[in-house]
Every structure is written in C-alpha cells, then in structure tokens.
Write a protein that binds this ligand. Structure first.
Ligand code: SAM
Length: 264
C-alpha cells in the first residue's frame, strides 16, 4: 500500500489531522499492552511522538526509544521529547540489539510498512523473551469516523480514483482479526486482539478540513490532487456526511489492537 511518503509532512499538519486522536489512543494501547513501570520501551513509527509522549509520562524519557523513517517527524519528536532516543529508521531494519526492550509498541503504522511481516518480526527480535509486542491500526472500513466519511465523500466526487485509494479497501491488516494472524505468523504467543476508541474535539468544520489540502496522509494526498472545483465538492460532501455545522463537535475513532508475547 503506498502512503508512507504522505507522512514526510509537517508535524503541525499531522497534529491537526489524525494527531489529535493520538494521546487518547496511546493511553489505551499502553494499558492494553500491560506496560508497567520500569519497562524499557520502543515506539515504532513514532511520528511526532504521541505514543512516546505517554510512555515518557509513565516511564521517564530514559526508558523510551522511538524510530520513524520520516525526517520531519523525527525532528519534531526529538524537539518535543528531550531525553528520548529518537532514530530515523524503518521498522523492517530496527537499529537495536536483540532483546533490547521489554515492550515494542506501534500505533497506526503496521499498514504503512512496505513489509508488515518483516516489521513485526523485527519488533519481536528487539524485544526480550516473554516481553510484549503490541500495535493498533485504524478501523478504516468501519468506525474511524473521520476517514470513513472522507472516503465515502471522495467516492461521490471521483468514484474511480477514490475507489482505488479508499483506505478501507486497500489497507492490509485493518480488518477485524487480521492483526492477530500477523502476530501469530511472526511467532508471537498469547495473542490477544481487541479494539480501542479515541475521540477528538474540533472547533468547527474548518478546523477539521484545514490540514487535508496540505496533502498529509493518504486522505490529504487525495484531497490535494483534486482540481479546485472537485476539492470544493469534496469539502461539501464531507461536511454533509459528518452532519456538522459551524459550531464545535467531537468525533470518535475505533482502532483494532493486538498484543502478543515473545516466546521464551
Ligand atoms: C499514521 S502515522 C502514526 C504516527 C504515530 N505513531 C501516531 O500515533 O501519531 C504513520 C507513521 O508511520 C511511519 N512509517 C511509515 N512507514 C514506516 C515503516 N516502514 N516503519 C516505521 N514507521 C513507518 C510514518 O512515517 C508515520 O510517522
């Protein structure tokens, strides 16, 4: 699935796009994974640092490392989280020794890895025996309200191109239960699959819309690629589908979650 390159973006645009769901989702993922005080942890695909920030609150910066292949996101994560070891790298070749961590976590990333199987095997390799490997991905086809409404609106405007780019269709590992199969295939045991719900507040519809024409994420890239009149039609269709007006509102988003243990 193409899309990782759409995160060579500004951290500010990402924050205003799906980054606003990050802190709540991170809290849910950390609890689901059973991260406890004293653990050494790795955030894989850290972006500007939503998950790493909650890990720092719980464990202290010295117990948190983070990687991401996007240079602007690595810079933002380093600036936001002093003391965290942030490295520019992809999941498929993690620059850490075997068993270096008690837990490796990844939030909203597995589906963007060019080789998800290799990425999860690497997360397991750098986690000690009996340590935990956990992740979550958006339920793009169902209850990630913002992105589901976006792609349904996009299909109204350009059915062929939007149908081919709809994250609910093209993303791997994002259907109910698929992550658990991936975890077992990577040799992880005691696999548990579940779901997490996060929410985000918006001042008004413009607050939601404004990051999309910048091209951040696959939805933003699709939006940016449209002619002005199509972009205006998409804006109207998205607003209608969300049923929001000029006042503040809140949306919820569901992510599938998985956790497993390294054998031994
Ligand atoms: C939707 S963002 C999630 C960022 C962050 N984890 C969060 O929760 O806000 C997806 C992230 O995956 C990163 N990414 C893309 N390909 C990757 C890979 N092969 N290995 C690790 N991270 C990758 C992107 O650079 C981007 O930061």
């Amino acid at each position: 699935m193409p899309g990782a390159e759409t995160f060579r973006a500004s951290a500010d645009a990402y924050d205003r796009f799906v980054g606003r769901y990050g802190p709540g989702l991170a809290t849910g993922l950390i609890d689901f994974a059973g991260v406890a005080p004293g653990m050494r942890t790795l955030d894989v695909g850290c972006g500007p640092g939503a998950l790493a920030a909650v890990l720092v609150e719980r464990l202290g910066a010295a117990r948190v490392s983070a990687v991401d292949p996007s240079a602007p996101f690595v810079d933002a994560c380093r600036a936001r989280l002093p003391g965290v070891d942030v490295v520019e790298a992809g999941a498929e070749a993690l620059p850490f020794a075997d068993g270096a961590f008690d837990a490796a976590l990844s939030q909203l990333v597995i589906n963007f890895m060019p080789d998800g199987e290799a990425g999860v095997r690497e997360m397991a390799r750098v986690t000690r025996p009996a340590g935990v490997v956990a992740a979550c991905v958006w339920d793009y086809g169902g209850e990630m309200t913002l992105l589901r409404a976006f792609w349904d609106a996009a299909r109204e405007v350009d059915p062929d191109r939007a149908g081919a780019a709809d994250e609910g269709v093209v993303m791997l590992w994002c259907a109910d239960g698929e992550l658990a199969d991936l975890w077992r295939a990577a040799g992880l045991g005691s696999v548990r699959f579940g779901s997490l719900v996060a929410s985000a507040k918006y001042a008004d519809f413009d607050d939601l819309w404004s990051p999309l024409p910048t091209g951040v994420g696959p939805a933003g890239a699709f939006c940016k690629s449209l002619e002005d009149d199509q972009q205006a039609a998409l804006r109207d269709a998205l607003r209608r589908r969300l049923g929001v007006d000029d006042g503040p509102f809140e949306l919820t988003a569901r992510a599938w979650s998985v956790v497993g243990r390294v054998p031994g």
